[in-house]
Structures are given as C-alpha cells and as structure tokens.
Design a binder for this molecule. Structure first.
Ligand SMILES: Nc1ncnc2c1ncn2[C@@H]1O[C@H](COP(=O)(O)OP(=O)(O)OP(=O)(O)O)[C@@H](O)[C@H]1O
Ligand SMILES: [Mg+2]
Length: 440
C-alpha cells in the first residue's frame, strides 16, 4: 500500500506558530489563508520532516519563538516521524517501537513528490525522459526516432535527385515510329542482298518459262512437219506441258520488289540513328527517374511503418495517465505539448508521472494552487481520489474549498473561520440610565 500522511503537528517552524492537520487519505487537502500567513511554511516543514536535512530551512525556528521547532507526523504504514529538540534531530519509530532513520523514509519517498515544481520546471526533454524511464521503452523509442530521421533525410535526398532526373528526361527530344535499336548499314545491305537474290530466282523462272514456250512452239512445228514422229513428239509434248504446269507463276509472284526505301535509308543512316539514339537516351532517363520514384515511395512506406511501430510501442506501454505520449523528444498529453496544456492538466500530468516514479509514495505536495478555479480544483480532487493519491496543497484563499486556514501561523478550522460572527449582545450607551417609574 502506498504510504500517506495520517496526521501532522507543527510548532514554531518558519512562520508557523502551531498547526495540526489530518489530511484526507485520498484527494485534495487544501491549506488556505491570506498571503504571508504561513501556508508554504507547512509544505516546507513536511519536506524537512520527511525528506531529510537537505530540506532544512535556513532559518527553521520561528523568530520570537520561546521553544524550539517541533515537527511530528504519523504515516499510514504506522511510522511516527518526529523532529524536535535543540538540533531538531530526526526520530523515526516503527509500529513495534523500534527506531529507524532517514534511509527507511527514503525507501518509500519520492523526491519529486516533495518537490513537484522541480518536475514542472524541468525541460520538455527531461519530462519526456522521465516518462520513458517509467514505462521502460526509452532506448527503443530513441532508436526508432533516429531511424525515422535517417530514413527521412535519405528520402529527401532521393526526392531531389528524382525531380532533377524527371526534369532532364522531359527536356530530351523524342521521335515517333522508329525502331528501338540503331540500324546498321550491314543489316540493310543484307536485306537488300536477300531481295536481290529473290529477284534473281524470279528472273531465272521467267527465263525458264520463255525457253519452255519456245520448246512448245518448236515441237508444235515439228509435229506439223513430221507426222511420222507424231507419237514420240506427243509424248514429248505431254512431258513439256507437265513441266509447264508445275513451273507456272502468277504475275504477282513474278513482280520485282523495290529496294529504293532501303537505299534511301542506307544513305540517311546517320540522321536516322541520331534520332534513334535520342529516343534511347530519353527512355533511359525516364527509366532512371522512375527508379528514383520507386525508391522514394519505398522510403515513404518505411517511414510510415516506423511511425506506426513507435505509436504501437507507446500504446502497448503501461502509461501513468491515458493520453500521454512522447514525440520528437517531447512529452505530450492528449496531443498537446507542456506549454499548450492548461495549469490543471500540467498538475495532473506531473502528479501522475511523479507518483509512478515511486509507487510506494502515496502523496504529493503542491504549493500555490490559486491558478485553479473552483470547478477545476474539484475535478482535480476527484481525479486524485479515483487514483488513490493524497495531495496536500496550499492556496491563497479563505473559501470553503480549504480544509484549514492559516492565520498568523495558527491553524483555524476552515468552516469555523468562514462563519459570520454572531451579532454582539446589546450594550447600553455609557451614562445611560434605565427608566425607573416614580413610586416603584
Ligand atoms: N523563521 C522565521 N520566523 C518568522 N517568520 C519567518 C521565518 N522564516 C520565514 N518567515 C516569514 O514567513 C513569511 C512567509 O511565510 P509563508 O511563505 O509560509 O507564507 P504564505 O502564507 O505561503 O504566503 P504566500 O501566500 O505569499 O505564499 C515571510 O514573511 C517570511 O519572512
Ligand atoms: Mg506561499
């Protein structure tokens, strides 16, 4: 069970004459009063009593006091802690009546619980580090942040190169309807030779056709001239006619192909290839730009992934207060940085974090709560109660929200302090003589 303050008695410490206080176990106990009456002296006295000699006020004994300071409290774990006598030396008695010392107190005290302003005035980085230390993910998160920064810088550089490359590619010329690779003169000549060879074949066929026709004519004449050899010649005629049938070609097949375009291309080859190389350069530049775009998109995915991992790490951690997170080395509450939180949010965040630093310590001390309006104060008190946390606070006020009022170093019961005094009994004016009827 976290340790809390059950009762408190103070005499002749700083501005205090005599104060007795029984703080609420959970929630807010407000020490009220006007300025300069001794409220902060109560907080200072608790720090000294429990926190040790380093909290000793420079002028601890009240000026004009006839007796030395006396500070005593009982704690919820049964310890009685006392400082009194000439040296105000510490005396700690456990429930069995054994003596103990500062070391035992330190085991369940939290330095920041005694000195919450120290946390509140720390830098953004220190606050974030404190939270990360509590939830135990500091090192992992730092590594993730460094990795995210590295990827981000790399992506920025790649993005710049990608834009330059894309601009360069856009400025290069492009030619329509050309082959992908430059044409060689040898290829064109080979094509030309193939056509010439085919044309040679076709010419040969033509010659053959012509000679066959001549043969037919001769044989026909021979038939006329030589009836005697008609049978032989008919056989020859059949043979030649068969040959003629298989050797027959269509006029289209016999048409000669033109090499004019290829000849023009051979003559124009340098100009042609210059354009083809232009196209190749443009395609290469576009490809390079596209590669850099892919790299950029890949880095964007990686950055998003690492951001998700970072959020998951914090979401999975056991946070002292829902809504706390750390980004860019800053502590955030519901997405707001410290300087964007309201005063009451800051107090809530500080109290929650400080409490987790030493869960054995069940109380925090808060000076100067006057920045909070009554509604916010009530909400903060409810939150403390729900958290099972005891807070002893001071506030420049003599209102009903105060548990006690300090006046000139004395503790007054707050409700008694706020009562309007009863009307004074009737006093006759000096020299007034009551009416006495004559003869009575
Ligand atoms: N040893 C001492 N003896 C007498 N008075 C002292 C002593 N030490 C400090 N004081 C005086 O106590 C006063 C401050 O007391 P304290 O800070 O407790 O008042 P407070 O009620 O918190 O005031 P405020 O509302 O201004 O914060 C100062 O005037 C200071 O000079
Ligand atoms: Mg004060």
């Amino acid at each position: 069970m976290p340790v809390k303050i059950n009762t408190l008695e103070l005499e002749n410490v700083k501005r205090i004459r005599a104060v007795q206080l029984t703080p609420a176990a959970n929630g807010l106990t407000i020490i009220g009063g006007n300025n300069n009456q001794g409220k902060t002296s109560v907080i200072d006295a608790i720090c000294w009593l429990l926190g040790g000699n380093k909290y000793q006020p420079s002028n601890a004994q009240r000026d004009g006091a006839l007796t030395e300071p006396m500070l005593r409290c009982t704690l919820s774990n049964g310890l009685v802690v006392e400082r009194k006598g000439k040296n105000a030396s510490l005396k700690v008695i456990d429930p069995q009546g054994n003596r103990a010392g500062q070391k035992l107190l330190d085991s369940f005290l939290s330095e920041l619980a005694l000195d919450l302003p120290k946390f509140m005035q720390a830098s953004d980085r220190e606050k974030a580090d404190t939270l990360l230390r509590i939830i135990g993910v500091g090192e992992q998160l730092t590594q993730m942040e460094a990795e995210e920064k590295r990827l981000y810088d790399q992506r920025t550089a790649i993005g710049q190169i990608q834009q330059q490359k894309a601009k360069f590619a856009a400025e290069l010329p492009n030619w329509e309807n050309l082959p992908d690779e430059p044409v060689s003169a040898a290829d064109l000549i080979t094509q030309q030779q193939a056509i010439l060879a085919r044309n040679g074949q076709r010419q040969q066929w033509q010659h053959e056709m012509q000679s066959i026709d001549i043969a037919i004519q001769n044989v026909t004449a021979e038939i006329q001239r030589t009836e005697r050899h008609l049978a032989d010649l008919r056989a020859q005629l059949d043979e030649f006619q068969e040959k003629a049938a298989s050797a027959h070609k269509s006029p289209q097949e016999l048409m000669l192909e033109s090499t004019a375009e290829l000849e023009a291309n051979i003559a124009d080859i340098d100009r042609l290839n210059a354009k083809i190389r232009d196209n190749q350069r443009k395609a290469a530049a576009e490809q390079e730009a596209a590669d850099y775009k892919d790299q950029y998109d890949g880095l964007t995915d990686q950055i998003e992934k690492i951001r998700q991992d970072r959020r998951a790490l914090l979401n999975g951690a056991n946070l002292p207060l829902p809504g706390l997170s750390v980004e860019g080395g800053k502590l955030l509450y519901q997405g707001k940085a410290w300087d964007c939180m309201s005063g009451s949010e800051q107090l809530r965040v500080a109290a929650a974090i400080v409490r987790c630093l030493n869960p054995e310590c069940g109380f925090v001390l808060l000076d100067k709560l006057e920045q909070m309006d009554l509604q916010t104060l009530a909400d903060f008190g409810k939150w403390l109660e729900a958290e099972g946390l005891q807070a002893i606070a001071t506030r420049v006020s003599t209102g009903d929200e105060c548990s006690i009022i300090i006046e000139d170093g004395w503790a007054q019961n707050a409700s008694a302090f706020n009562q309007t005094p009863p009307p004074a009994p009737y006093q006759p004016a000096a020299g007034f003589k009551p009416y006495q009827p004559k003869g009575v």
